[in-house]
Design a protein around this ligand. Structure first.
Ligand SMILES: [Mn+2]
Length: 188
């Protein structure tokens, strides 16, 4: 596991937030991008993480997203991706709303998991939770739209193991100069 956040303006809190929690049989990973940047974005993203931290891992992603949508009604709202990984079944459940990315990288092949249209906290449509198998050596890579779309993630992760230092180094290379940025790396 590795993670990094970078606020657009060093004097402001980061409007992107990452969560990693150990669950009964695996991990919950989440990345939220509060709309815009600065204090209001930070507040919304932090509220999403607090909600996810206290929601049972057994709850379905559909109910978790519906709950977060209600809880964030009075915030700016967030784009949000959540992965619930079961080590027992070697599968993960994934769902996302808005402009955040989740990639599954296997043997150098990138699969992009789906994200519904909308904003958590202001409504969304077409949430599509997916269940995908995870194999030894697979990477899950979550990042916000503060990272440029055209970066060569496969090459950057070759021969690497995930760490906060690696995430920080890649974020420094890839972060856009116009937004907060965040990157979460997991290797199975
Ligand atoms: Mn953003």
């Amino acid at each position: 596991m590795g993670q990094a956040l970078r606020a657009l303006h060093p004097a402001e809190p980061c409007g992107d937030q990452i969560g990693c929690w150990r669950t009964a049989d695996g991990w919950r990973l989440a990345l939220a991008d509060g709309l815009g940047h600065g204090y209001e974005a930070h507040h919304a993203a932090t509220a999403a993480m607090q909600r996810l931290a206290t929601t049972a891992a057994s709850a379905s992603l559909a109910s978790i997203f519906a709950d977060c949508d209600q809880q964030l009604l009075h915030t700016r709202g967030v784009a949000l991706a959540v992965v619930d990984l079961s080590l027992a079944t070697a599968h993960c459940q994934h769902a996302a709303v808005g402009n955040v990315r989740t990639l599954l990288i296997r043997d150098g092949i990138v699969s992009r998991l789906g994200s519904a249209r909308g904003i958590v906290g202001a409504g969304f449509r077409g949430l599509h939770p997916e269940c995908v198998a995870i194999h030894p050596g697979d990477w899950l890579v979550l990042f916000s739209d503060g990272i440029r779309e055209n970066v060569d993630i496969v090459a950057a992760l070759a021969q690497q193991t995930p760490s906060d230092a690696l995430a920080a180094r890649l974020l420094a290379q890839w972060a856009d100069a116009r937004d907060d940025a965040s990157l979460l790396l997991y290797r199975h």
